[in-house]
Design a protein around this ligand. Structure first.
Ligand code: UDP
Length: 143
């Protein structure tokens, strides 16, 4: 398996619930390393740009409002098979369908307010990392 990087975003609902540490513990237990992190209040332009791929979807305006409703915690994760591993930890988009023990099953309340984002492909991971992090904001591997 390849060593990959991916983006994780802890969304405003989970930040407000004060569970950043509990979510970080799951990344660490799964062997994912945090190489960069920032807490940020997204602007409307940030959220619209980040989710541009969904701009034609009926939920787009609500998604932008939600993502700008409070600070988010954004991190670059690295590890073996990091993209799929993070998606597995997250669980299904709709928390009602998420496997027990996943982040969304445990911390999310609805398909709209679903606690976390994770890149869904290597191509998107690179785009999303570059969207939020400058080159000097992602540290090299620790070892
Ligand atoms: N979303 C929503 N309503 C929907 C479907 C998606 O509000 O009916 C939001 C939700 O926050 C989701 C995001 O749009 O996480 C991106 O949707 P996607 O299908 O890419 O799901 P994800 O990759 O986040 O599981």
């Amino acid at each position: 398996m390849a060593i990959e990087r991916t983006i994780s975003i802890i969304k405003p609902d989970a930040v407000a619930k004060n569970v950043i540490g509990q979510i970080y513990a799951r990344f660490e237990a799964a062997g994912l390393t945090i190489l960069g992190a920032k807490m940020k209040q997204l602007t409307k332009a940030d959220a619209e740009g980040f989710y541009a791929v969904h701009s034609e979807r009926p939920f787009f305006n609500d998604l932008v409002s939600f993502m700008t409703s409070g600070p988010v915690m954004i991190q670059v994760l690295e590890g073996e098979d990091a993209i799929a591993k993070n998606r597995e930890l997250m669980g299904a988009t709709n928390p009602a369908e998420a496997d027990a023990g996943t982040i969304r099953a445990d911390f999310a309340q609805s398909i709209d307010e679903n606690a976390v984002h994770g890149s869904d492909s290597a191509e998107n991971a690179k785009i999303e990392i570059d969207f939020f992090f400058g080159e000097d904001e992602v540290c090299p591997r620790l070892r």
